[in-house]
Structure formats: structure tokens, C-alpha cells
Design a binder for this molecule. Sequence first.
Ligand SMILES: [Mg+2]
Length: 221
Amino acid sequence: MNYDPQTALERCETLMLDMDGTILDLAFDNYIWKDLVPRRYAAENGLTFEEARGRLFEKYAAVQGDLEWYCLDHWNDRLGIDVVKIHHDVTHRIGYLPGALEFLRTMHKREVRVLLVTNSHPDTLALKDAVTGLADYFDGLYSSHAFGHAKESQSFWEALREEVEFDAETTLFVDDSEPVLQSAADYGVGMLLRVTRPDTSAPAARGSSFHGVEGVRDMLP
Ligand SMILES: [Mg+2]
């Protein structure tokens, strides 16, 4: 079933929210992976910024949708640069998307179970929570790393359901990733919404097979 955003929010008993690009501004992650890491990698390897970006984007693409992509230790080993430190150096750039905190506060007062469902590594999740305090607004935090499968995989949804009882039909899942939403749809999650502007430093995405909202705030009247 396909519901418009406000109807879906009214109808849901469990609300599952992605973190990066849904609640938090993806500008932080994009700045790190598309700017800072290539800069550092270029300096370490005697490459130009463009060369470094080209090589890194190939490495990124090779593991997109896999858990390794979200694991900072993996990149520390793989690239030989301290990506954990890079994250810690720029934590002041971590922030909510416009209206996201207001949305979380509103939902926290309602009789709806709100779960964070993220591919983010537990260490990155902890770092982002330390900066934003987002955990206060959720009834549970679930990182796909704990299950050994990314959200793109059906095994993730099976493992999540073993961990948390939820009725797929009355669950609303919000994410900014088309492949992740498709995976949730294949599993049978009843209501799906796509955030079309996950990164405030970039324009909104266009063209999607899912209902879209620019930001989660747009689900409220
Ligand atoms: Mg996301």
C-alpha cells in the first residue's frame, strides 16, 4: 500500500527512521568522504585531489551496500589514514536536518514506537549521539552491524524482526536510500517514505518509486 506522508504517519504504530540523511544532515558524511578523506589520501600518496577522489570513489563503489562501507576500522586499514580521527576532528559539523529535531520531539510525545534503524557503525552512531543527543527521542536504536547484514539485505529485516516485534503492515519506514527502501518493500514493510533532501549542501533528489518528503518535518501537518 502506498500512503501519502501524513496519512502514513497517522496510521503507523511503529515508526522506523534511518539516521544519516533522514534525521541527521548527510552534508557531514559527504564532507568527510568526498572532501577530507580524498585530501588526506592525496597528501599521503602523492596524488592530486582529483586522482585521489577517482581512486577512492572506485573503492567506495566496490563495497556500497555492504557493512564494510560503514565501518571506520575497515577504512583505516584499507586506506592507511585515520578516518576515525578525521571524524572526531570535525564533530562540530554533525547536525540535524532542518525540522528533524522538532519532528522527533513531536513524535516522542505521541503513542507511537519510534525506532532508529541505521547502517551506521555503532561507533559512529555513538559519536553522533554524543553530539546531538538523538537517542533521547527513540524507543530503540538498531545498527545493522549488530545483525551482520546491511539494510539492503532481506536477512537484515528477518534479524530485526526476531529482535523487535513489529507488524510490517502498520510500520512506517523512512529512509533516504532507494535500494534500502526497496529492500524494506520486498520484505513487506507496509508504509515507506523517502527523504529527498538528505544533504543540505546539495539539491533535492528527483525521481523515485516511493512517496517522498523533502524532510521528515513535512510529515507533520
Ligand atoms: Mg541514510
